[in-house]
Design a protein around this ligand. Structure first.
Ligand code: NAD
Ligand code: IPM
Ligand code: MN
Length: 361
């Protein structure tokens, strides 16, 4: 099998963690008859400062030719966050990656900042609507700089958009052992689109009678995540709500540095994109402190998407073998290990298990 991957390492620690992820893919697929080729797409804030735009004019055409996209992070001082994030949001919309999957559980050897909580308590997956809602991009500014200036960001939802994400969430919940789905909403304050969101969610949920379904307002959902994380399994939420809840979930499982994302076009008409959920973290750039675990876990999701489930499993097992050792925790997890040390340990472990896998095969 041959796979092609377009790689946007981007800015800040994106450039530090992506080579780690590529090394893991190479180790996990070596000698197994699977070939993976990587193409560097050098789009970043540096590129923006040189060219006045975030990517080449034929960027989408080029990206459209890959089997998957693998991204680090975008964002740097000196370039507005709205400009740099525009590339990420553009890719998600252009390639109709309307599902943003964010699994989170307590990995081996990691502890939660919540007292007395263990792996049985924190195991959830956030299904983030990734194409519309608060991130629709509809809006504008007029009369800029004048006292009468007006600015809007329109949260736009379509019936088709809500139906497809709710159906995806229900199917996912059904496939997980607990068959438990929580719909996050804010239909008490946002009384149009969010009311439609609730109505459609309830309609679709009726197609899945074996899924236990409940609804939580987003403000209460943050408290529930802290006070009763064990009551959450599959969570379906809007673009912005899920953005916030997924950072919270990551923190509850140890660090923003461990959390992965898959931006998926389920119909496979376009490439899907895989990235850690964290940003470019300029505060720790160049120090060797970046935790590569979120990037490795994103690699796991990428390999699963490509159908390379054996390789995906080997990477995930290697990651947990390494997180189980406190000497291999980076600073965000309270340790002193560097990105390079964690990467080396994960790659060595993948190589060890790949050897035995090939011997058995
Ligand atoms: P951030 O995720 O970059 O950093 C938040 C905090 O978490 C920082 O203290 C950082 O040091 C720490 N952190 C993040 N990832 C870590 C890792 N792997 N290991 C150890 N510590 C880690 O978020 P921010 O500060 O809000 O944003 C910085 C820039 O990144 C902004 O320009 C923002 O727009 C951008 N951003 C990009 C993406 C993306 O490209 N997908 C995601 C989020 C933010
Ligand atoms: C994420 C990021 C992005 C988002 C930013 C960079 C636009 O925070 O992937 O979670 O809000 O979706
Ligand atoms: Mn985010």
């Amino acid at each position: 099998m041959a796979h092609t991957i377009g790689v946007i390492a981007g800015d800040g620690i994106g450039k530090e963690v992506i080579p780690a992820g590529i090394a893991a893919i190479e180790k996990a697929t070596r000698g197994s008859g699977v070939s993976v080729s990587f193409s560097d797409l050098p789009w970043s804030c540096e590129y923006y400062l040189k060219h006045g735009r975030m990517m080449d004019e034929d960027g989408y055409e080029r990206m459209g030719t890959f089997d998957a996209l693998y991204m680090g992070a975008l964002g740097a001082p000196g370039v507005s966050d709205a400009a740099s994030a525009g590339l990420i949001l553009g890719i998600r919309q252009k390639f109709d990656q309307y599902v943003n999957l964010r699994p989170m559980r307590l990995l081996a050897g990691l502890s939660s900042p919540l007292a007395n909580r263990g792996a049985a308590d924190i195991d959830m997956i956030c299904v983030r609507e990734n194409s519309e809602g608060e991130y629709s991009g509809a809006g504008g500014r007029v009369h800029q700089g004048l006292p009468i200036e007006v600015a809007t960001d329109l949260s736009m939802m379509t019936r088709a958009g809500v139906e497809r994400i709710q159906r995806f969430g229900c199917k996912l919940a059904q496939s997980r052992p607990r068959k438990l789905l929580t719909l996050v909403t804010k239909s008490n304050a946002q009384r149009h689109a969010m009311v439609m969101w609730d109505e459609i969610a309830a309609q679709i949920a009726r197609e899945f009678p074996d899924v236990t379904w409940d609804k939580e307002l987003v403000d209460a959902a943050t408290a529930r995540m802290v006070n009763r994380p064990e009551s959450l399994d599959t969570i379906v939420a809007t673009n912005l709500h899920a953005d916030i809840l997924s950072d919270l979930a990551a923190a509850l499982a140890g660090s923003l540095g461990i959390a992965p994302t898959a931006n998926i076009n389920p119909e496979r008409l376009y490439p899907s994109m895989f990235e850690p959920i964290h940003g470019s973290a300029f505060d720790i750039m160049g120090k060797g402190w970046a935790n590569p675990v979120g990037t490795f876990w994103s690699v796991v999701m990428l390999l699963e998407h490509l159908g390379e489930t054996g390789a995906a499993e080997r990477v995930m097992k290697a990651v947990e073998h390494v997180t189980a050792n406190p000497l291999l925790h980076t600073r965000d997890l309270g340790g002193t290990a560097t990105t390079a040390q964690v990467t080396e340990a994960v790659c060595a472990q993948i190589a060890a298990t790949s050897q035995s896998h090939l011997t058995i095969a």
